[in-house]
Design a protein. Structure first.
Length: 319
């Protein structure tokens, strides 16, 4: 048997990738945005932040921010300090930025140059339209870049509590990325750079950091398929729907669930029960509170009602 093959241009310059770029720019209102496909979230954050900032410049993040907690010092290993603030509910506010700027006043300290936010955040919360506009205004005041980690952007946009249209994200952010890895794609993130100065020579940066895939068209094909007919948001909506179904079921069992508008739920349970659930359902221990363990439940595009019902039946039997 003979197999036919079609030559596809490498390094993300193929027709699929270019079409995916057009589709993403249309959805997020970025007519001049440049889209770059990278393999994963940590890689995307590290490559972009290290490219945008000089070594004496730092990025402001919440204490819970992914670049501060879960990326093995990738940002600081690249030469840029992460300047942390407590924020509130996983989110940064203008007053947090003012506090950092007031403390970093001269050449003896790291110069703040970027604000990093996640939407949805690492604890499942989302930014409102008012909050994003306020952050953009504050960043303009202090001449800071605004960068959004969109690993869970689909979950944020399809949340029932969301009032942010995708086009607003394109308007307020110097750069953001559309997460594929956490939204049903095999792998990949689509980094959108709106600031022309930051997009200049960015392909050189990708190559220099060892992040350029010869077969980058595979990522382009994924995003092309995800965005051509709204599949990306259908997947994200399902993850949220399953999380809400789980939350309602737990509350019916009188289990206290921290409120979350997206697909991450945090539940404090007695240690013995918590450890049984972790073993049985492959969930994650988020925090040890002494007498209780906080478990993080994350629903995905693979989560079905039957899966949730199995967990609820386990919890009911254990009560």
């Amino acid at each position: 048997m003979r197999y036919s093959s079609k030559q596809i241009e490498p390094y993300g310059l193929d027709g699929h990738s270019l079409n995916a770029e057009r589709l993403i720019d249309d959805v997020f209102g970025c007519p001049n945005g440049k889209v770059f496909f990278l393999a994963g979230g940590t890689q995307t954050n590290m490559v972009f932040i290290s490219s945008a900032l000089k070594n004496h410049e730092g990025v402001i993040s919440t204490v819970s921010g992914h670049i501060n907690v879960h990326e093995t010092s990738a940002i600081e290993g690249g030469g840029n300090k992460v300047l942390t603030v407590n924020g509130k509910n996983g989110k940064i506010y203008p007053e947090d930025i003012d506090m950092v700027m007031a403390k970093h006043i001269d050449m003896h300290m790291t110069k703040p140059k970027m604000v990093y936010i996640s939407n949805s955040t690492e604890i499942g919360t989302i930014y409102t339209k008012e909050e994003l506009l306020a952050l953009r205004k504050k960043c303009d005041e202090h001449k800071l870049y605004l960068y959004m980690d969109g690993a869970r952007l689909g979950a944020a946009i399809t949340s029932k509590e969301n009032d942010v249209l995708p086009c607003l994200i394109g308007q307020v952010c110097d750069a953001f990325y559309v997460g594929g890895t956490k939204n049903g794609l095999l792998l990949g993130e689509a980094l959108v750079i709106n600031n022309k100065a930051l997009a200049r020579d960015f392909r050189y940066v990708i190559k220099n950091k060892g992040a350029m895939l010869a077969k980058d068209y595979l990522l382009g094909i994924e995003f092309e398929e995800a965005f051509k007919d709204g599949l990306y948001f259908e997947i994200a909506k399902k993850t949220n729907d399953m999380a809400q179904y789980l939350k309602e079921g737990m509350r019916a069992l009188k289990i206290d669930v921290e409120d979350s508008p997206t697909n991450q739920l945090f539940v404090a349970l007695e240690k013995e029960l918590a450890l049984r659930i972790v073993k049985e359902f492959q969930t994650e221990i988020w925090e040890d509170k002494g007498d209780k363990l906080v478990i993080r439940f994350v629903t995905s595009f693979l989560t079905e009602k039957e899966d949730v019902d199995d967990l609820l039946a386990f919890l009911k039997k254990a009560q």
